[in-house]
Design a protein around this ligand. Structure first.
Ligand code: SAM
Length: 412
């Protein structure tokens, strides 16, 4: 078998990847470089692992952002916090964590809930096949785009750096997460049975063959404690069989519970009456979990950080929208109007920015202009497909349309 065939086989065998024809040039380039350097035409186990991650570097897309499907992450963090209170420790695994935004979001949510009590009692493991993504996660340096769906409070954990980037610098949040370059399959094989409280396996299955996805779900059922949670992406395939039961959808994304086959000490999650619906104004100020711990940086810090980001990226719509939202949250309505006006100017098609611009105008008592902006939002959204995702990555056109119509009736 040629080296190329061996590597292609390894991608499917070891990582379950659905090898795509357009990956052929990347596979060939990696293999040729390896053969040139080593003169070898066969692969031992270590070479297979190395080539697998080298190919992954070129073919997988580590697309992610902070607080993606926030309600789902909050639900999982609340479960882990409950387990910790009950049993003294909790473990989470983000499988296919890409550049780290997902595990760091969980770490921030847990820090807000538990503060100083976190210590060594919570462990968040994060792994990804792509070594470049894991290097980036370890540096924890992000542009405004990574924050497109983020709540304003999170900025207090960051420090502005050059080139309009923010680094996660809060030491207690950073140290909660450990990263490894590894396939989900290899990482699962190292974990003891019933050792995890939450597994997040979101938006990874798109890369995998159906058999590999279901094989991983079987592994996850072995690793999760009874009552433990499996979080998937909105369009990921569901687990087959009776090991998991669907608890509900949160921000469109499903959470499954590992069914209880035997009595367990783990705190079972409570089944929600109904999945929460986004509520745009309330969401701004909502504290997701518990009350803020004493060592949490103060709220003004969040505004300073996002101000620095927006100043360094004056033509970045996302940065301006984030600044507007941060001002709106602390009722600095004139500043919110200015930032959101700039966001709308930069991207007149960004319905979310315009919606919040209308809201800021209204709260700044400029009701006539607010009503005109809201009417434009409604007209625009009526032309879009209901399930069109907006710029924050989790709000659909229909959801914002409903909110905007509701606001219009409130303002009349
Ligand atoms: C779209 S990102 C999802 C990131 C994050 N979970 C989220 O939902 O925002 C998918 C990631 O899965 C990783 N991946 C794909 N197959 C994998 C496998 N078999 N083992 C580990 N990571 C894998 C890719 O490298 C990529 O970074």
């Amino acid at each position: 078998m040629t080296l190329i065939a061996q590597v292609t086989e390894e991608l499917s065998r070891a990582a379950g990847l659905r090898v795509q024809t357009e990956w052929a040039p990347a596979i060939r380039a990696v293999v040729e470089k390896y053969a040139e350097g080593t003169g070898s035409q066969s692969l031992d186990a270590e070479a297979r692992r190395f080539l697998l991650s080298e190919v992954a570097r070129h073919v997988t897309v580590p697309e992610t952002y902070f607080f993606r499907n926030l309600a789902q992450l909050t639900f999982c963090a609340e479960h882990a916090a409950g387990v910790l209170r009950h049993s003294g420790s909790a473990r989470i695994w983000c499988a296919g964590a890409a550049t780290g935004e997902e595990p760091y979001s969980l770490a921030m949510l847990l820090y807000r809930s538990l503060g100083a009590k976190l210590g060594a009692s919570i462990e968040i493991r994060a792994s990804d096949l792509n070594p470049e993504a894991i290097e980036k996660a370890q540096h924890a340096l992000y542009t405004a785009w990574s924050f497109r769906g983020a709540p304003s409070w999170c900025f207090r954990f960051f420090t502005p750096e050059a080139e309009a980037r923010l680094r996660l610098t809060h030491p207690e949040v950073r140290t909660l997460v450990s990263f490894r370059t590894e396939s989900c399959q290899a990482a699962a094989s190292h974990e003891p049975a019933q050792s995890l409280d939450v597994i997040s396996f979101r938006n990874v299955a798109i890369y995998l063959e159906e058999a590999a996805i279901q094989a991983l779900y079987i592994e996850f059922s072995r690793l999760l404690k009874p009552g433990g949670l499996l979080a998937l992406g909105p369009s990921d395939p569901r687990p087959i069989g009776s090991d998991f039961e669907l608890l509900g959808h949160y921000d469109h994304a499903p959470v499954f519970v590992r069914t209880q086959r035997e009595p367990s000490l783990a705190a079972a999650p409570t089944r929600p009456a109904a999945a929460p619906r986004p509520c745009f104004r309330a969401e701004l100020a909502r504290r997701p979990l518990g009350t803020a711990p004493r060592s949490e940086p103060p709220p003004e810090r969040a505004v300073e950080v996002v101000q620095a980001l927006a100043a360094a990226a004056p033509s970045d719509t996302t940065a301006q929208r984030l600044l507007g939202l941060a001002h709106l949250e602390r009722n600095a309505t004139a500043e919110a109007v200015a930032a959101l006006r700039q966001a709308v100017f930069l991207d007149p098609t960004d319905a979310l920015s315009r919606y919040f611009y209308a809201l800021a105008l209204h709260e700044n008592r400029d009701t006539a202009r607010a009503a005109r902006q809201l009417a434009t939002v409604i007209d625009d959204l009526q032309l879009r497909a209901a399930d069109d995702m907006l710029a924050d990555g989790s709000t659909s056109a229909l959801e914002l349309l409903r909110s905007a119509r509701f606001l219009r009736t409130q303002w009349q």
